[in-house]
Design a protein around this ligand. Structure first.
Ligand code: ADP
Ligand code: MG
Length: 275
């Protein structure tokens, strides 16, 4: 197995050099059959002084490749905590989360870091683009961290920006972009490493309704055209019901409902004049 020296940023944004070997191939049978993600009796309890907060409480859920899952629930119901567990940003207190045969609750920190780098794309409510960099430099950053070669980087950045229809804005800095454009840029950055799963935590939370709708349309297109699996936290039920293929509701850390949503619509291109 090839060993490479790579650089990684931890959750506080510090540069973390580490040795990494190329990704171990998951068991082929497990990878091709069964769900992409299988969460079994997952709990995450926070300790706060003497009290325990059961933020996620005994949730079991299977997610198949290509689904667009919306996680709904009131504030404090455990949506972000659960999303972060599935994205490998945090570990459960108990239970198992199998992704293509690997249990995120049991693998070592290096392997979990590789899972985040190679399998996961993340989009947040606050777009988190670096202000001093241009849009294309922001989108290129994950490729630099993964040590992708320069020519390949340029081609992938162009393709990612084209996917979100921001090719013409590549030299702009974040402050020169609208909120909707910044979020589309953040989606391009999340896509550029070709993740298997795109996670989004309230991606429309800082946007007006027109831009929020465009972001959901875009996510739906990405799911459909690129075959990507999308797991999105939102509190906007009407938007979720229009675009997500499955609606999962949490309440007090528990799974309250889980329903397929056949009504999800696939709409044509974003109208650039409506920004
Ligand atoms: P949601 O995203 O649905 O609003 P969260 O997952 O952020 O909910 O939070 C679920 C519960 O866990 C809340 O009661 C919240 O206060 C608590 N919580 C979240 N993060 C922490 C933490 N780091 N320490 C202690 N309690 C936390
Ligand atoms: Mg949240």
């Amino acid at each position: 197995m090839r060993t490479q020296f790579r650089t990684y940023y931890n959750r506080s944004g510090h540069r973390m050099p580490f040795n990494s070997t190329s990704e171990p191939q998951p068991n082929a049978a497990q990878a091709s059959s069964g769900p992409l993600i299988h969460a079994q009796n997952v709990s995450r309890h926070y300790r706060l002084g003497d009290s325990i907060i059961p933020a996620v409480n005994d949730i079991s859920l299977e997610i198949r490749t290509g689904e667009f899952v919306a996680l709904l629930g009131s504030s404090g119901s455990g949506k972000s905590t659960f999303l972060n567990l599935l994205a490998g940003l945090d570990r459960p207190t108990s239970g198992a989360i199998h992704v293509r045969g690997r249990n995120l609750a049991a693998i070592d920190p290096m392997e979990l870091a590789r899972y985040r780098r190679d399998t996961v794309g993340m989009v947040f409510q606050s777009f988190n683009l670096l202000p001093r960099m241009t849009l294309e430099e922001n989108v290129e950053l994950p490729l630099r961290l993964a040590e992708v070669e320069r020519a390949e980087r340029a081609a992938r950045v162009r393709s990612a920006l084209d996917h979100v229809r921001l090719g013409a804005r590549s030299r702009h800095r974040p402050a020169e972009l609208s909120g909707g454009e910044q979020q589309r840029g953040a989606i391009a950055r999340a896509l550029v490493n070709r993740p298997t799963i795109l996670f989004a935590d309230e991606p429309t939370g800082n946007l007006d309704s027109v831009n929020g709708e465009q972001i959901l349309q875009l996510l739906r297109e990405i799911q459909s055209n690129l075959g990507m699996t999308i797991i999105m936290v939102t509190h906007e039920r009407p938007l979720a019901e229009r675009f997500a293929t499955r609606i999962v509701t949490l309440g007090d850390g528990h799974l309250k409902s889980d329903t397929p949503n056949a009504a999800a619509e696939l709409q044509p291109v974003i109208d650039e004049t409506r920004r």
